[in-house]
Ligand binder design. Structure first.
Ligand code: ITT
Length: 176
């Protein structure tokens, strides 16, 4: 599947997300930080998806010579049905001005104690992952996935799959 003829605009300058687009598409996106329009720490799947869509539309507005705007958003969601557990969700929205597609990366459990702190202290997941890692900027590198799996899964790889899923309907003849 050749995506190299398409120009992608990405609604962030986050390095893990930029790497994800390069891995998924084989091209370097035009990166521009745009507002997500949702809270800095989304706490539901709906808010996470809305943030991704807002970013995809906002970046294509600002980079009109791109073919597809991409919005990548990380967020947390609580499963009260099966597991009583919080999960991290990594969503990609792809928008070409007419058609909108979504891709969701790996759904990964996050310690409930972390999310209790996020809610009580009004902090973001990255603050806790940085603290547990003893470093800063984890959200630009392996992220929570990297820390919790001891490096077996990285944030860029999870978003890579979300980007691949969201862009596939634009490039595969099977969706026409
Ligand atoms: O620069 P932008 O594109 O805004 O990227 P971000 O990482 O700051 O922001 P997101 O909107 O994707 O994620 C919402 C919050 O959740 C945090 N987060 C999401 N996934 C994470 C991960 O894998 N590791 C650490 N923090 C994560 C993130 O840092 C934010 O505080």
């Amino acid at each position: 599947m050749d995506m190299s003829a398409l120009r992608f605009a990405l609604g962030t300058v986050n390095q893990a997300k930029r790497t994800a687009v390069v891995l998924a598409t084989g091209t370097e996106p035009i990166c521009l930080a745009v507002p997500s329009g949702v809270s800095a720490q989304p706490l539901s799947e709906e808010e996470t998806i809305t943030g991704a869509i807002n970013r995809a539309k906002a970046v294509l507005d600002r980079v009109p010579n791109a073919d597809i705007g991409l919005g990548l958003e990380g967020g947390l969601t609580f499963d009260d049905r099966y597991t009583n557990q919080w999960y991290l969700l990594s969503v990609c929205a792809a928008w070409d001005g007419r058609r909108l597609c979504l891709g969701k990366g790996l759904f990964f459990p996050i310690p409930n104690s972390a999310v209790e702190r996020i809610k009580q202290e009004g902090i973001e997941l990255r603050t806790i992952i940085d603290e547990w890692s003893g470093t800063t900027g984890t959200n630009q590198r392996g992220g929570a996935y990297g820390l919790l799996t001891e490096g077996r899964i990285r944030r860029s790889e999870v978003f890579r799959d979300a980007v691949t899923a969201a862009v596939t309907p634009f490039v595969s003849a099977l969706y026409r």
